[in-house]
Design a binder for this molecule. Sequence first.
Ligand SMILES: NC(=O)c1ccc[n+]([C@@H]2O[C@H](COP(=O)([O-])OP(=O)(O)OC[C@H]3O[C@@H](n4cnc5c(N)ncnc54)[C@H](OP(=O)(O)O)[C@@H]3O)[C@@H](O)[C@H]2O)c1
Length: 236
Amino acid sequence: MILTNKTAIVSGASSGLGAAIAKALVQQGTKVYGIARNLKNLQQISDILGDQFIPVSLDISEVQAVTNWIDNTFSATNLPDILINNAGIGYFRKIDEMNYNEWTEMIQTNLNGTFLLTSQIVPWMKKHEGIKHIINIGSIMGTIAQPESSGYSTTKFGIQGFSEALFKELRYDKIKVTCVNPGSIETDFFKNSNITTHSNMLQADDIAASIIHILQTPDNVLIDSITIRPLIPQVK
Ligand SMILES: NC(=O)c1ccc[n+]([C@@H]2O[C@H](COP(=O)([O-])OP(=O)(O)OC[C@H]3O[C@@H](n4cnc5c(N)ncnc54)[C@H](OP(=O)(O)O)[C@@H]3O)[C@@H](O)[C@H]2O)c1
């Protein structure tokens, strides 16, 4: 896909990987609707990226809010080409220390929010003939689970299955679906967790560059799933 003059939606665009993807897309000439709950953070991104970045204050787990935003935004003259389902949260605890609110928040954001956006953006994508692309941000923890990651891994294994079913379902509508599974990225994601990070994590801009490459592949090329790791996770 040629990215100039395309329209993208990036969830979780106010920080970390989502902000890096939004920046990379704007640099390619794509109009980006950047979704997150915190409008102030989105406006700071908008100040840097300019008019091609449109801040959207939205909780993707709120059914009516997502529906209203999509209904009020897209039309026959404003059709989406790209959806990046990136918003996600993680709580990492032993199962007997995980509380129901944290479990539910992960399911609501990582799975239900992804469903709400995807199920309502796909009909608009189907309305035009060009190539479209949905990228779901999974995780290595959606392919190999670790102790104290049961809730998060449940959601990211779910994203893996969701993506595989969708790529098989939507390919005939010229909608590519890719699941991107990164290893640890240096963002605020682990800020409030008890996870010990390391000093050689992946950089959000590098993952964003890989995503641009995936989007730019020739029309008949579909990368259905990709794992991205730091070459040397622990510097000795
Ligand atoms: N960091 C890592 O090591 C790593 C590794 C593999 C995969 N991932 C995945 O990468 C994605 C991005 O994570 P990150 O590292 O960039 O984390 P981050 O810096 O914490 O960013 C998360 C983003 O999601 C938004 N968000 C959270 N809940 C939301 C909701 N209900 N509605 C709308 N937006 C919401 C946040 O903004 P607001 O709080 O303003 O809503 C923020 O913009 C996630 O799916 C994560 O699971 C991360």
